[in-house]
Ligand binder design. Sequence first.
Ligand SMILES: NC(=O)N[C@@H](CC(=O)O)C(=O)O
Ligand SMILES: [Zn+2]
Ligand SMILES: [Zn+2]
Length: 428
Amino acid sequence: MLLKGARVIDPQVGIDGVMDVLVDGGLIAEVSEAVDAPEGCEVVDCAGKVLVPGLVDMHVHFRDPGFEYKEDIASGVRAATHGGFTDVATMPNTDPVTDTGTAVRYQIDRGADAGLTRVHPIGALTRGEDGESLAEIGDMVMEGACGFSDDGHGVQSAGMMRTCMEYVSQFDRAVIAHCEDESLTANGVVNEGRASTRLGMFGWPALGEELEVMRDIELCRLTGCPLHVAHISTARSLDLVRAAKAEGLPVTCEVTPHHLFLTEENITDSYNTNLKVNPPLRTRDDAEALVAGLADGSIDCVVSDHAPHAAHEKDCEFEIAYFGTVGLETTLPLMLTYLVDRGTVTWQRLVEVLAVAPRRILRLAPVAVEAGSAADLTLIDPEAAVTVTPEYFESKSKNSAFLGLHLKGAASDVVIGGKRVLEAGLVR
Ligand SMILES: NC(=O)N[C@@H](CC(=O)O)C(=O)O
Ligand SMILES: [Zn+2]
Ligand SMILES: [Zn+2]
């Protein structure tokens, strides 16, 4: 297959220019200004589009096994492919929890059966995510777990988290921390401050996150285990991560589009339960600090934290609605519309935060737009018009914090292992 005339952008190899990319089998055979199509070669006209290394969303919830009515692996990978991702990492808060090698293998195999976006399971740190005893981490590494997390909960005991980090540090994997001290956040549904006061609801204070970020950075120092802070949401958490990085500690972090582009102010007028997320939407100052941190390199990657929930779990009082927003199909359009098109984030930085850094943090093989690399590629149409409606989603769930928006720019094609799985915006 010959991808002809796209603007190819890959900071890893220092390219930004209009090129032809020849794919042979699962690999990239040639990247140059003019490649003649070999006989019988499928030619894809990519004029006006941008070709980048395949995008990776390193934080999604596919609810399989256990809550397949919200999402299963087959529907999850369709959403991921539609969103432009060649690879995703799935969180272990399934039922049963993904805490054994068999459970990890199940997700990889189900993902492979679908033949779309690849699924890389993240294993649980503790058995059943109960925070009390270590899960079968070595067994999960052997079956292909790409990282470890009790996402959905913080590990409440510092001693248990220390044990987890000491154990994981024997393997070449990161601990991905959902930082939440539940003694501070109990019952909290919105940011503690103006939002909780105006709405008369229990607050989830910034300190509930920051205290565990501080603790886990200290445990990283003690154990040497790579620490990745999930869905960072406050300016102070970011400062803590910056300071840790400046000291040379192996600390990285991620941010979601909803924490970049929405604030607690979006909730106060609407009571829209799709804006109920964990951690909660914070202040405008926090969101601005996160955008700055993403642009300056302090934040390593962008993740959707795709958290599908059924209609009845959101169409209810704010206090009892489930936490989470779907995100796989809006992350790229939001990034393009609000950051790249406006020049806040360069295309090169977009590729770093959505393709390069997540592979590094998950210890996946690097992918670059150069001869010899795996042909895992995302083709972006910067002019595509996206209207976020329930019908737009391939996901089983429609609980998007961004419903109703008109966005500009989306993936048009996705190539995985040399196979085109998204063609002109349609999942095969
Ligand atoms: N983020 C959310 O609001 N919800 C996630 C859990 C999580 O990511 O902590 C979920 O599993 O629904
Ligand atoms: Zn979480
Ligand atoms: Zn999550």
